[in-house]
Design a binder for this molecule. Structure first.
Ligand SMILES: C[C@@](CO)(OP(=O)(O)O)[C@H](O)COP(=O)(O)OP(=O)(O)OC[C@H]1O[C@@H](n2ccc(N)nc2=O)[C@H](O)[C@@H]1O
Ligand SMILES: Nc1ncnc2c1ncn2[C@@H]1O[C@H](COP(=O)(O)OP(=O)(O)O)[C@@H](O)[C@H]1O
Length: 316
């Protein structure tokens, strides 16, 4: 293909069965703790500068969709990970998995746990799935092992998205992601459609392909009275990685256009470094109906419609 975005690499020839019971049988009886790892969506993403080490300074409003991976853990002598779910074949259960990297960072001297990850968030998609899994592992294992959750400065070493994913609530991301600040209260009941063309984009490549001047920071108002006011304010912001993602992966433009054309869509934009795009709706019912019609039109895309994770007013 002529552009460097890829059909997701499958790690096994045959997709793994998506069992009704999603835990390894031996773990089921002894589950002690469970955490959701919701998908992160950047409602806007400004790149405001660049550090000497090459990392970019960001200003972003991150929210979380109720689309989520699930982690469960039970006590064990050794540390192990089993991965199931619709996207299990895209990542391995080995030491490179961010869940195990998070576990090792929390307790380098080697505490044990039998961890199961149900992978429902598309991989390398701009939805911070790996970072959210790492953050959920930190929350889960800190409870199981009785150790404190690490600071944002420590968490960011696992990935720039991990600090905001630790909060798993609407928040402003600043610095390279290590500064997590409260977001204004969002209108309750927002609906969202997520659409991904079944391709992956590597975050470093998208940052490398970005060009042009840096953005000004975007200062949100103290509150958004309703969904229309939120969308109107968002129209004055942008995702500064969108042009680079479209250049690397032209189908992103089609996904954006399809999201923008959904009946009831208040705004459509790419999340993070893409290629997943989202559309915002005033209600969850509108988002679900729009997702169903888009799924009929684009049967090969990953389409999800629903609400925000633990929708509550007030953010952090
Ligand atoms: C772009 C964002 C926006 O929320 O989301 P995703 O598209 O990954 O979901 C994040 O900043 C991504 O966070 P994350 O995916 O954890 O990034 P990391 O693993 O720390 O970094 C991967 C690479 O992206 C680049 N990078 C990342 C973050 C940042 N603030 N500046 C950068 O330049 C660097 O080249 C880095 O080596
Ligand atoms: N638990 C995990 N879930 C998803 N990706 C993971 C995980 N562990 C490691 N990775 C790796 O992290 C990279 C980024 O994945 P992901 O967080 O899904 O991307 P994005 O932030 O763009 O949505 C991928 O190369 C993937 O192989």
């Amino acid at each position: 293909m002529g552009f460097p975005c890829h059909p997701p690499r499958s790690r096994s020839r045959r997709p793994r069965p998506h069992r009704a019971s999603r835990l390894p049988r031996h773990a089921e009886a002894r589950v002690r703790a469970r955490e959701q790892a919701p998908a992160k969506v950047n409602l806007f993403l400004h790149v405001t500068g660049r550090r000497a080490d090459g990392y970019h300074l960001l200003d972003s409003l991150a929210v979380f969709a109720s689309l989520a991976d699930t982690l469960t853990a039970s006590p064990a002598h050794a540390l192990s990970l089993a991965v199931t779910g619709p996207f299990a074949d895209r990542i391995g259960p080995g030491e490179e998995n961010l869940v195990l990297r998070a576990a090792r960072s929390l307790c380098p001297n080697g505490r044990g746990a039998l961890i199961a990850l149900e992978k429902r968030i598309p991989v390398a998609a701009g939805l911070g799935g790996g970072s959210s899994d790492a953050a959920a592992a930190l929350r889960l294992l800190s409870r199981l092992w009785g150790v404190p959750v690490p600071s944002t400065d420590a968490a960011v070493r696992l990935g720039a998205d991990v600090p905001v994913c630790l909060a798993a609530a609407p928040a402003r991301m600043l610095g390279i992601g290590e500064v997590v600040a409260p977001a204004p209260p969002l209108p309750p009941g927002l609906g969202m459609v997520l659409a991904n063309p079944g391709l992956t984009l590597a975050t470093p490549e998208v940052f490398r392909a970005r060009s042009g001047p840096f953005d000004a920071p975007a200062e949100p108002p103290p509150r958004f009275p309703d969904a229309a006011a939120l969308a109107a304010w968002l129209r004055g912001t942008r995702n500064a990685l969108e042009d680079a993602a479209v250049a690397l992966c032209p189908p992103v433009a089609d996904v954006l256009a399809a999201c923008a054309a959904l009946p009831g869509a208040l705004i459509a934009r790419m999340s993070g470094s893409g290629p997943t795009c989202f559309a915002l709706f005033a209600t969850v019912a509108e988002a679900e109906a729009a997702a169903a019609s888009l799924a009929r039109a684009e049967p090969h895309w990953f389409i999800w419609g629903g609400g925000l994770y633990r929708d509550r007013r007030g953010g952090l």
